[in-house]
Design a protein around this ligand. Sequence first.
Ligand code: 13P
Length: 269
Amino acid sequence: MVDLLSADFAPPTFQLKSIHFTMARQFFVGGNFKMNGTKDSVTKIIEGLNSADLPSNVQVVIAPPAPYLGLAVEVNKQSTVAISAQNVYDKASGAYTGEISANQVLDLGATWTLTGHSERRTLIKESDEFIAEKTKFAIEQGLSVILCIGETLEERKAGITLDVCARQLDAVSKIISDWSKIVVAYEPVWAIGTGLAATPEDAQETHKGIRAHLAKTIGEQSETVQILYGGSVNGKNAPEFKDKVDVDGFLVGGASLKPEFVDIIRSRL
Ligand code: 13P
């Protein structure tokens, strides 16, 4: 028996050398409706979400086309669902015919925007620098941003996936130091709308590389930045990404217009 009062007894001491706390990143599911829908169909999709049993710990952001943002804000009744624009300009107002103002998006009650979607990078020829400027301006006005990055099939074949992602991210980290309002969506162009999703292993490897690159450029914030995978995610393949530690959620296109979007939101249960 140990005599606690004896002079020989020394209570054990523990030295806490370095404890590394890994911040749990919240599971995040975005739905990008792209240029699809009508008043009626957007209303029906959101009513479907209203009546669904959504987990309280999953952050959901849906991005209907700009003309329906106000409608989406009005119809949405879920506190865990926020409404996002798909694009904004880098100025508040003025002679910019056809552009979308971050301030007007906020005025409608939406709180997010996408920037840098590959369809805008390739079809509208938006540059890394312009996307970075839009991202910066949107955040300054009060929006949160889903910043989309990703390589084309040619770039993938050339083995420069991470170089491309790094270049797209660097344009942003050059002018933004606080990344607390940014979620990164890695969407390989070859996987978008093709039915050919990246394998969970491939996605994890790229996400890990993206996070490692962010660690070099934005430091410890890289641990808290959510990195979403996008490209042919559906109700069936979403659970396969469950144990991939750097895949913090999804950005969903086609399937966000369908009832299976709820299965994707519930895929980590
Ligand atoms: P799909 O899910 O239709 O492949 O689209 C992905 C996407 O581009 C989301 O922004």
